[in-house]
Design a protein around this ligand. Structure first.
Ligand SMILES: *Cc1c(COP(=O)(O)O)cnc(C)c1O
Length: 491
């Protein structure tokens, strides 16, 4: 299987090369030349473990890896680090099925991909005979940073540099990152929002002089954001897993479709659901849920992507994003792999902050529904679900659930529904505590304890006693200062 850029320049890569590079030379994103189909029946897959399904799905995309290589990546990634035996529990509550993706080390769904990416990366380096050191650059809205740090900490031949928006992540998220151990880890707060951080990182990737400077020192850049195909593909596995387990449980019959609801920021997670459907799981609607930063809701409804709007910092901060990078991959697929058109839209977005897609793409978008909800509605959804069904959701998952409820009420659609549950409620303990009516805690850490006392819901190891962990990273940088920060970090 070869990989091509969404911006149409030729020069195909194999999977290891695409994983090492992260982003294509023309700033496009790598996409496989075809979406592979599942070769086993969904009934057969329903009998398999998470690891076995991951092996089938990832192996179909990354066929350059040998069976042993892939098995060792998967076994290394999906082991006891996950504090749930089945890796991804599926819990029914309030008329939907929650695909709990947050039982990994950092308590967010980012662990699903970032616990395997370092293995895929080091295997790729070996296969390609690359001896340079790889520096992973990551912009984070809060959760990717910690998951990437955990994944790459201590991994030989790598350095990792993370930028998070100053004052715009939860206290738990911030301490998770700033307390990260490991000689090869570097963390900076950027005085800007996530889009500033991500744009800065993308700029560094396309700066040839900067690359030359690093090359002199035997260093190459790569990405742990969902722009890296090595991160996106492992995410496809859990949607396949979710569907076949619903089938095995008799929730759906053979061939019956499901809806998939995803709380969306950078469009990576929902794109993985789309790819899972292309592989062969039956899906009715992909429901894209946003918070007040509802660029995607508007885009799905109109075909116009317009970032000329106010940016809100919300109680679902990992979705506080206006430029959703992975949408580019969907546009590429829906336009019939028209790299020139995609390049045009992306250039327009850079220059004019707005673009409108073709009728062909609009037609293709019809399997998507978009919705958004406010911060108040988010907290109400958390509170109502807890009081009525005893199920505790984090704020991001609550956005998805509320948008799903609105969708179901508006359409009368009764299709069985999977909701991607993207974080532990403890990661956003202050908002979640308030939502279920607890008194305001002293800080985010006290809120974790109070929430646990009240609900008895399991707290993952990594979130316990976080306030006892010393702060090891205090770097702050200005918008535009990221390249210098990287150089300083790599000294
Ligand atoms: C990253 C994140 C999201 C958004 O996922 P995308 O793949 O960026 O769309 C949603 N919820 C949580 C908790 C996250 O960490």
């Amino acid at each position: 299987m070869k990989y091509e850029s969404t911006r149409g320049s030729l020069g195909y890569k194999n999977a290891p090369q695409a994983i090492i590079r992260g982003i294509a030379e023309d700033k496009g994103l790598y996409v496989p030349q075809q979406i592979p189909h599942l070769t086993d029946s969904l009934e057969e897959l329903g009998k398999l473990s998470y690891q076995e399904i991951a092996y089938k799905v990832i192996g179909a995309f990354f066929d350059d890896f040998t069976d042993e290589e892939l098995k060792s990546c998967i076994d290394g990634a999906y082991d006891e680090k996950f504090e749930a035996e089945e890796i991804v529990p599926i819990v029914e509550a309030g008329g939907a099925h929650f695909l709990e993706l947050y039982h990994g080390k950092t308590a967010a769904f980012k662990d699903m991909a970032l616990s395997i990416l370092p293995y895929l990366m080091t295997t790729s380096l070996k296969k390609e005979g690359v001896t340079d050191k790889i520096c992973i650059l990551t912009a984070t809205s809060g959760d990717t940073g910690k998951a990437a740090l955990e994944g790459f900490a201590g991994v030989e031949g790598t350095e990792i540099v993370v930028f998070y928006p100053y004052g715009a992540v939860s206290q738990v998220q911030e301490r998770q990152m700033t307390s990260q151990e490991g000689e090869n880890t570097h963390v900076f707060a950027i005085k800007g929002n996530f889009d500033n951080a991500q744009t800065g990182v993308k700029k560094i990737f396309s700066d040839d002089d900067f690359a030359a400077k690093l090359a002199e020192r035997g260093i190459r850049l790569s990405s742990a954001n969902s722009i890296n195909i090595g991160r996106l593909v492992p995410q496809v596995a859990y949607y396949v897993y979710g569907y076949v387990k619903l089938l095995a449980r008799g929730v759906v019959k053979a061939g019956e479709k499901v809806n998939i609801v995803v709380p969306t920021g950078n469009f990576g997670n929902i794109l993985a659901a789309y790819l899972a459907a292309e592989m062969g799981i039956p899906v009715n609607k992909f429901i894209c849920a946003s918070n007040e930063n509802k660029v995607l809701t508007d885009f799905i409804n109109t075909g116009v992507y317009d970032i000329r709007r106010e940016f809100f910092v919300t109680n679902s901060p990992s979705m506080d994003i206006l430029i959703s990078s992975n949408l580019e991959r969907l546009l590429y697929l829906l336009s019939g792999r028209d790299g020139e058109a995609v390049k045009g839209w992306m250039n327009q977005l850079d220059a004019e902050k707005i673009y409108e897609v073709s009728d062909k793409v609009k037609e293709g978008m019809k399997c998507f529904a978009g919705g958004f909800c406010s911060e108040e509605e988010t907290e109400k959804a958390v509170g109502d679900m807890y009081r009525q069904h005893g199920y505790l959701m984090d704020t991001h998952t609550a956005v998805a659930y509320k948008v799903y409820q609105d969708y179901a009420a508006a359409t009368g659609d009764e299709t069985p529904t999977l909701i991607a549950s993207t974080a532990s409620p403890y990661k956003f303990a202050e908002s979640v505590s308030r939502a279920i009516g607890l008194a305001e805690a002293e800080d985010g850490f006290a809120a974790v304890r109070a929430l646990n006392e009240k609900t008895g819901v399991y707290v993952q190891k990594g979130l316990k006693d976080l306030d006892q962990k010393p702060v090891l990273h205090t770097g702050v940088c200005e918008v535009g200062g990221q390249a210098q920060a990287v150089l300083d970090a790599l000294k």
